[in-house]
Design a protein. Structure first.
Length: 346
């Protein structure tokens, strides 16, 4: 392999890792600020100007807390749990196209760690492994509340992954590709998939809330019933890994939503900008456009948290199995009929 490609990909991976961690840090501040705004409060404003250093203060607090191990025979698994959650949250970003290629130093730099033909299968595979981090952590905690929380989280994530996968099938039928880069390139200009798959998008969005354990589907962490949920027995940075994994997952989930349904880095007038200001300028603007869409979805996650009440567990499972899955199957059938009609085969 060309040494320049190895260096290029290595630098890109480090940059994406840093951006993901930075987003995860400041999502905690954004969540508290948005909650304060919606509830007519001030929010954190002591650490730095406007509370800008609050995430650093929270991080230092987690580092300085005592490492605590419960009375469990599975100390190794107790450590492995948060590590799995954190790893799977970060691994998903490898196949995401963060922008169109840039021409730098006489070579084309592709803004994607790796482009594989089955990128969406990779994403679902990694997300499926993520449930083990929660399940192992809850079981190894030797705490009945934590175990109950882990069981809730695993059954919830499995049931909603079925509906999410079915919603994605309709999109794949339309785009005829599993590659995220090809899906992004197929939405050039205003040809965003949200215009053709609005029902699939709504199903995918609801399932994303359940996948990231966010309100109104945060049954795994509801304080009123399960104290702190699957990470009740965790302290210091092991608990920090679980918290970071949730916010990193929210960032990656928002990115996937933007790439699949909202045009990724594409925006109206991109061709005109490339002709008049150059391809690099147009593609750099596209990167900022993608991150703008990501921030809009993150705001939506936080807005819903402080607006919609938590579902009961039976309501959550009923929504997944009895409503979203049949709706996703109906969407697949309708999409197939429309595709056949447009091709003149029906």
């Amino acid at each position: 392999m060309d040494q320049a490609i190895i260096i290029e990909k290595g630098i890109f991976i480090v940059v994406i890792f840093a951006i993901t961690m930075l987003f995860a840090m400041y999502e905690t501040l954004a969540e508290r600020k948005i909650a304060a705004w919606l509830q007519d409060r001030i929010g954190p404003n002591r650490a730095g100007k406007g509370g800008i250093l609050q995430p650093l203060a929270d991080g230092l607090k987690l580092f300085s807390k005592e490492e605590f191990f419960p009375n469990t025979p599975n100390k190794f698994l107790f450590i492995v749990g948060p590590a799995i959650s954190m790893s799977t949250a970060l691994m998903t970003s490898a196949v995401i196209p963060w922008g169109d290629k840039l021409h730098i130093f006489g070579r084309d730099v592709i803004l994607q760690a790796t482009d594989i033909d089955v990128a969406m299968l990779y994403v679902f595979g990694v997300l499926s492994v993520g449930v083990y981090g929660i399940m192992i952590g809850g079981w190894a905690s030797n705490n009945k509340f934590s175990l109950m929380s882990a069981m809730r989280a695993s059954s919830q994530m499995i049931s909603y992954e079925v509906a999410m996968g079915l919603a994605l099938i309709a999109l794949i039928m339309m785009t005829e590709s599993l590659s995220l880069r090809e899906i992004a390139e197929g939405q050039h200009g205003w040809r965003w998939n949200i215009l053709y798959q609005p029902v699939g998008f709504l199903i995918f969005l609801v399932c994303s809330f359940a996948e990231t354990n966010r309100t109104p589907f945060d049954l795994a962490e509801c304080e009123a019933e399960l104290i702190g949920g699957y990470h009740t027995e965790y302290s210091s940075m092991k608990m920090g890994f679980y918290l970071f994994a949730e916010y990193a997952s929210m960032f990656i989930s928002s990115t996937i939503l933007a790439v699949l349904y909202f045009g990724a880095y594409n925006y109206p007038g991109m061709d005109w900008m490339a002709e008049n200001a150059g391809a690099n300028v147009a593609n750099i603007i596209g990167i900022f456009v993608l991150f703008g869409k990501i921030c809009a979805f993150i705001f939506l996650y936080m807005w819903v948290r402080w607006t919609v009440p938590r579902f009961r567990y039976d309501q959550l499972m009923k929504l997944g199995w009895k409503m979203l899955i049949p709706l996703a199957i109906a969407n697949i059938i309708i999409t197939g009929i429309v595709i056949l009609l447009s091709d003149g085969k029906l």
